[in-house]
Design a protein around this ligand. Structure first.
Ligand code: GDP
Length: 301
């Protein structure tokens, strides 16, 4: 139900436009494909992904001898499903079954990193796990306090140093604290300032090295947080961050605030990184594990 509500803006605009298209064409011709292309692109499905989708749709139409636009929706959903699942269908977060699991969160300022960490900590706590959060965004004014506020609200410890401290040192402290408190999960915030991209990427690599050195097999996930309302910029950010660290999954936030939820399809297909979590609001329980079937069902109810 949350999924449905959160995606209602995208769904009503996408389905509305498609219904109109399917109703106004009697046969599937070039004009029809062109309009469908426009609809998909304006829902932020992305040019490359849209082109591929239309190409496959043409093949299916030929193969199945489909004549009427009305028959196309299920085919389109089927193709989207294939496109999004790719090779790996699993959206579950990787976990260390024998000890501490460490998740690093990366992404530019304002995308929702800190909020996502708070929500995920809440979720794990609800599952009975012991969670620690490390305030590694020592650059953005207020980021440390914001994480502490979440910590108080949900009853989870926050490890911090003062503003401006070395993020790798904060994360190191976080790991030691998590170990000595026998925590199951350590969630690490990082900075997202883009004023100096080279420095930021070097900083992330250093954080990554510290985590990998302290706990064999860690980080168990490097989650890139992307704001769904920033459209195609999200794709550029995915490329930039992937060059610095090995991103294992994407968190797509603010899907509740946009009619352009098609970005989830573009991100999944063009970045070849699975979307693992989605943000559907600002509250502690507004975080969902991503599920392609549910997502498509919410888009095309
Ligand atoms: P950070 O700079 O990446 O740590 O970003 P923040 O966590 O501070 O989030 C920036 C703003 O986005 C805050 O006002 C959050 O409440 C808001 N936000 C984060 N995730 C979501 C979401 O899924 N939906 C909505 N509507 N707002 C969100």
């Amino acid at each position: 139900q949350k999924f449905m509500n959160g995606l209602s803006k995208t769904s009503s605009s996408l389905v509305g436009a498609m219904d109109q298209l399917f109703a106004s064409y009697r046969k599937i011709d070039e004009d029809f494909y062109e309009e469908l292309e426009e609809i998909l692109i304006s829902a932020d499905v992305g040019v490359a992904t849209t082109m591929e989708l239309i190409e496959r749709l043409r093949e299916e139409v030929k193969e199945r001898k489909i004549k009427e636009p009305a028959q196309l929706q299920p085919v389109l959903i089927e193709l989207l499903d294939q496109l999004m699942n790719g090779e790996d269908e699993v959206a579950e977060l990787a976990q260390n079954d024998t000890g501490l699991s460490i998740y690093l969160f990366v992404g530019v300022n304002g995308v929702g990193k800190t909020t996502t960490i708070g929500k995920l900590a809440y979720r794990f706590k609800q599952e009975g796990k012991k969670v620690v959060m490390a305030a590694g965004d020592t650059f953005r004014a207020g980021a440390i306090e914001q994480l502490e506020t979440w910590g108080k609200r949900i009853g989870v410890d926050v490890i911090k140093q003062s503003a401006g401290a070395d993020p790798a040192a904060v994360i190191y402290d976080g790991i030691q604290a998590a170990k000595s408190r026998k925590a199951d999960i350590l969630l690490c915030d990082t900075a997202g300032r883009l004023q100096n991209k080279v420095n930021l990427m070097e900083e992330l690599k250093k954080v990554y090295r510290v985590v990998a050195r302290e706990v064999p097999g860690a980080p168990h996930e490097v989650l890139l947080v992307l704001d769904a309302t920033t459209g195609q910029n999200a794709l550029i950010q995915a490329k930039t961050f992937s060059e610095a660290v090995q991103v294992s999954g994407i968190v797509l936030t603010k899907l509740d605030g946009t009619a352009k939820g098609g970005i989830a399809i573009a991100v999944r297909h063009e970045c070849k990184i699975p979307v693992k979590l989605i943000g559907l609001g600002e509250q502690a329980d507004d975080l969902q594990v991503f599920d392609t079937t549910q997502f498509l069902h919410a888009l095309f109810p």
